[in-house]
Design a protein around this ligand. Structure first.
Ligand SMILES: Cc1cc2nc3c(=O)[nH]c(=O)nc-3n(C[C@H](O)[C@H](O)[C@H](O)COP(=O)(O)OP(=O)(O)OC[C@H]3O[C@@H](n4cnc5c(N)ncnc54)[C@H](O)[C@@H]3O)c2cc1C
Length: 487
C-alpha cells in the first residue's frame, strides 16, 4: 500500500465484487433488472489464465447446469438432487437453500441460454468460464468495469451496507457508493500452501463480511483433491483403481497399505477414490489415501517439491483423450515422468450465511458463489458449486437490483481522502514493516494451514495453527476500520 495515494469516487446501484462465474451472473442479472452496475475485479475481467477470472476459469472440470431440464437426454430430478446434497453434506447444508438451488436451476439455465452461453462438455474449456464469456460483452458495454482493484472493506452506515473501498494497482483509493453490494469474491484457497486456485482467491470476501458482522458458516469444510505440485498445479483425477498402484514415496516404497486400518483394503480405498474427491463423507476408505500422502510428506519421505510420486506411464491410455490433451498442455503428460502429487485445497464449502434472496444479515449486502455457504454442508456433490454460482449469482443480481430500486436514501456526501484515515496498528519495529516480513509470514501460515488444517486435524496441530494466526498482529500491519461503524 503506497504512503500517498490519489482518490476516486464511483456511484452505482449495485456493486459486484468479483468477476468469476458468480459475479458475472450476478452482474448480468442486475443489469437485466435495470440496475446501474459496477463490477470490481482484482485482476483482469474475463481473461483465462490471468488472475481475475478466479477459480471459475480453471479448466478440466465440469459444471452442473447442463444436467437441467429441457435438455434432450437429461433426466432432471430436483428432489433427488436435494436429497443427494443433504446426504452428502451430512445434514449440514441448509435444506431451504438446497431446495432453491434445485428449483431455480431451470430458470437460470434458460437465462444463460438467452445470454448466449454455450455449454461445452467436460474439458479444458469447461468449468465456469462459459458463463463469464457469455455475459462479458453485455457487462463491458452496460456496466462500469473496474479492473485491477482490490476491494478491501465495506462501508456500513446505520447498519446497512452502502458501498465499499478499494485500492487500484496504481495506488488510487476508490470509494464506491452503492445501494446494494454483492460479494462474489470466491473462497480462501490461497490460505493453503497446496491449492489449485489462482492467486486472487484470498478470502477477502469472507474477511470483509465478517468485519461487517455477517456470520460465516461451515468454514471447516472443503474439497481436498490430489493435485500436482510441480511443474504446474493441476488436479489429478485417476480414472481406474489400478492407476493408484503406482503411488510411491522418494524411497520407491508403495505406502498406501501402511496407512490402512484393519478391515480396509487398498482395493476399496482406490475404488472409492475414483468415484470423487478423497475424504468424502460418502466414503469410508478413500480418506486413507489422502492421509497416507500427507503423512509421507510430513515424515520427510516426499519429493523435493513437496509431493509423492504417481507414475501413470503404464496406464496413460486410460486417461480420457481430452484430459490427456489438457495434461500435456499443462506440462504434466500422463505418459511422461512420474507426476509429483500432493493433497491440495480445491474448493471451500463454507462462507457467508445468506437467505433465499441471497442477502446476508446486513441489509444491502448480498453474496453468491464460493463466497457463500448453505447449499453444501460437510461435503458437496460434484458440479454443484458452479450450479450454485449461476443460480445464486442470478438470484443475488435480481434481488440486489430490487433492493436498490427500493432505496430512496441519499448517499452520504462525497468524501475526500482526509475522511478515510488509514489507521495502521503499531508493530514491534521497523523490521516488521517490510513486505518481506509479510511474505515470509504468509508463506509460513500457508504451510501451517496445509499441515494442520486440511487433511490432518489434531488438537495439538490446530492449537499450533491458531497460535500462528494469533501472532499475525505482531508481525504485520493491520489496516483497521476505514470508517467508524455505527451498528
Ligand atoms: C481446478 C478446479 C476444479 C474445479 N472443479 C469444479 C467442478 O468440476 N464443478 C464445480 O461445481 N466446481 C468446481 N470447482 C469449484 C468452482 O470452480 C469454484 O468454486 C467457482 O468457480 C467459484 O466461483 P466464484 O465466482 O464464486 O469465485 P471465483 O471464480 O474464484 O472468482 C472470484 C472473483 O473475485 C475476485 N476477487 C477476489 N478478491 C477480490 C477483491 N478483494 N476485490 C475484487 N475482486 C476480488 C477474483 O479476482 C475473481 O474475479 C473447481 C475449482 C477448481 C480450482
Amino acid at each position: 500500500m503506497p504512503a500517498t495515494f490519489t482518490t476516486d469516487t464511483v456511484l452505482c446501484d449495485v456493486l459486484v465484487v468479483g468477476g468469476g462465474a458468480a459475479g458475472s451472473c450476478a452482474a448480468a442479472a442486475a443489469l437485466a433488472h435495470g440496475a446501474k452496475v459496477c463490477l470490481a475485479v482484482k485482476g483482469y475481467f474475463a481473461q483465462v489464465g490471468m488472475r481475475g477470472a478466479g477459480a471459475s476459469a480453471c479448466g478440466n472440470t465440469e459444471h452442473g447446469l447442463p444436467r437441467l431440464p429441457d435438455i434432450p437426454g437429461i433426466n432432471y430430478q430436483p428432489e433427488q438432487m436435494v436429497e443427494n446434497a443433504i446426504k452428502a453434506g451430512l445434514g449440514m447444508a441448509d435444506r431451504k437453500l438446497v431446495h432453491l438451488l434445485a428449483e431455480r436451476a431451470a430458470d437460470t439455465r434458460r437465462d444463460l441460454d438467452a445470454w448466449g452461453c454455450i455449454f461445452p462438455t467436460m474439458g479444458a474449456a469447461g468449468l465456469g468460464f462459459p458463463f463469464i464469456r457469455a455475459v462479458e460483452k453485455k457487462i463491458r458495454s452496460d456496466a462500469a468495469v473496474l479492473e485491477n482493484i482490490m476491494i478491501f472493506d465495506l462501508i456500513i452506515e446505520d447498519g446497512e451496507c452502502i458501498g465499499a473501498l478499494g485500492f487500484t494497482i496504481q495506488g488510487t483509493l476508490v470509494t464506491i457508493y452503492a445501494k446494494a453490494v454483492i460479494i462474489a469474491a470466491g473462497g480462501d484457497a490461497q490460505l493453503f500452501s497446496r491449492n489449485v486456485h489462482p492467486s486472487c482467491c484470498t478470502a477477502d470476501g469472507y474477511a470483509m463480511a465478517l468485519r461487517a458482522g455477517v456470520s460465516l458458516m461451515n468454514m471447516e469444510f472443503m474439497q481436498i483433491f490430489t493435485a500436482t505440485v510441480s511443474p504446474t498445479r493441476n488436479l489429478v483425477h485417476t480414472w481406474r483403481p489400478e492407476q493408484l498402484e503406482h503411488l510411491y514415496n522418494r524411497e520407491n516404497h508403495y505406502f498406501l497399505e501402511d496407512y490402512l486400518p484393519a478391515g480396509i483394503t487398498a482395493e476399496s480405498c482406490r475404488d472409492e477414490n475414483i468415484r470423487h474427491a478423497p475424504f468424502s463423507t460418502r466414503d469410508a476408505a478413500s480418506r486413507y489415501l489422502a492421509v497416507g500422502i500427507v503423512k509421507e510428506i510430513l515424515a520427510g519421505r516426499g519429493t523435493e517439491n513437496g509431493g509423492v510420486y504417481l507414475d501413470l506411464r503404464s496406464s496413460a491410455h486410460l486417461v480420457k483423450p481430452v484430459v490427456r490433451e489438457f495434461m500435456r498442455y499443462k506440462g504434466i503428460p500422463p505418459e511422461g515422468p512420474p507426476l509429483e502429487i500432493s493433497m491440495a485445497h480445491q474448493c471451500s464449502n463454507g462462507g457467508m450465511q445468506v437467505n433465499g434472496e441471497a442477502m446476508t444479515s446486513v441489509p444491502g449486502l448480498f453474496g453468491a458463489g464460493e463466497a457463500i455457504t448453505g447449499t453444501h454442508g460437510a461435503d458437496r456433490i460434484g458440479a454443484n458449486m458452479l450450479a450454485q454460482c449461476a443460480v445464486f449469482g442470478r438470484t443475488a443480481g435480481i434481488e440486489a437490483a430490487r433492493f436498490a430500486a427500493g432505496q430512496r436514501k441519499q448517499r452520504p456526501k462525497r468524501k475526500g481522502s482526509a475522511d478515510f484515515p488509514l489507521i495502521r496498528s503499531e508493530t514491534n519495529g521497523a523490521g516488521n514493516r517490510s513486505s518481506g516480513t509479510a511474505t515470509k509470514y504468509r508463506k509460513s501460515l500457508a504451510e501451517a494451514s496445509w499441515k494442520y488444517g486440511l487433511v490432518l486435524r489434531t488438537k495439538t496441530g490446530l492449537e499450533q495453527w491458531y497460535d500462528l494466526l494469533e501472532s499475525a498482529d505482531d508481525r504485520l500491519f493491520t489496516v483497521e476500520r476505514m470508517l467508524p461503524r455505527k451498528n
